[in-house]
Design a protein around this ligand. Structure first.
Ligand code: AMP
Length: 237
């Protein structure tokens, strides 16, 4: 068993849900409240694309089409990230796992490397799925604007910046992500249905899935997620 990764305190939280469900926004709030890192595979991949790394070069065109980056590339990337010291108290995964294969890989990783140092127990992640109506998703994705400097997310309909197209936090320009354009959005939602829905079924069959109504106002969704995290046992029997 490797040192350095443990589940004492909060433990791993997995956030599932379609693109546009609000995973990024909610993950940031959870990260802030519990002092654990948000691990967004989409953000890490976008950073690799921006820096032109080998991984970024391989991922760029795939992401531009709204398809999924191959499992082995993403799993290696996640393993490296989870072994970092800042994941010791727990972490929140946003956008991973996205295929049944990734979910199986993650369970094996947890089995081998994630444990509670204080009790020596194996621990299980809390899996929360945000459920959102399909038309809402399209509406939210088409209204999404992202800060070009710090990644903060706005929505022109539900959470507009104070000044149009300008980040409230640092005044940087807000951009529309390439994959938030309408044709790509349709493809991402289709890919979610085919490849990521089975991930929720995988955790449901294991009795580990908790659903939260993502159509509720954002603060209520956050409140429900905090409740789930604080009332959920993270240790395996
Ligand atoms: P997101 O920001 O989570 O919507 O992810 C943006 C894009 O990054 C996705 O459409 C995929 O191309 C890629 N991506 C993110 N996470 C994963 C993952 N777990 N597996 C495969 N591809 C991913």
């Amino acid at each position: 068993m490797a040192e350095g990764v443990s589940c004492n305190n909060i433990g791993p939280v997995i956030l599932l849900g379609p693109p546009g469900a609000g995973k990024g926004t909610q993950a940031k709030r959870i990260a802030e409240r519990y002092g654990i890192p948000q691990i967004s595979t989409g953000d890490i991949l976008r950073d690799n694309v921006a820096r032109g790394t080998d991984l970024g070069v391989k991922a760029k065109a795939i992401m531009g089409r709204g398809e999924l980056v191959p499992d082995d590339l993403v799993c290696d990337m996640v393993a490296t990230r989870l072994r970092s010291a800042d994941c010791e108290r727990g972490f929140i995964l946003d956008g991973f796992p996205r295929t049944a294969k990734q979910a199986g890989w993650l369970d094996a990783f947890f089995e081998g490397e994630i444990f509670d140092k204080s009790h020596g127990d194996r621990c299980l992640p809390i899996v929360i799925r945000l459920d959102v109506d399909y038309n809402q998703l399209v509406h939210r994705l088409s209204g999404r604007r992202t800060c070009s400097a710090n990644g903060h997310i706005y929505n022109v309909y539900t959470q507009p910046p104070r000044v149009a197209d300008v980040c409230d936090i640092d005044g940087s320009a807000l951009i529309i992500r390439k994959d938030d354009r309408e044709d790509v959005v349709q493809e991402r939602l289709r890919v979610y249905d085919v490849q990521t829905r089975p991930v929720a079924e995988y955790y449901e069959q294991k009795g580990r899935l908790v659903s939260v109504n993502g159509d509720l106002p954002m603060d209520q969704v956050t409140g429900q997620m905090f409740w789930v995290i604080e009332h959920h046992s993270v240790h395996a029997d």
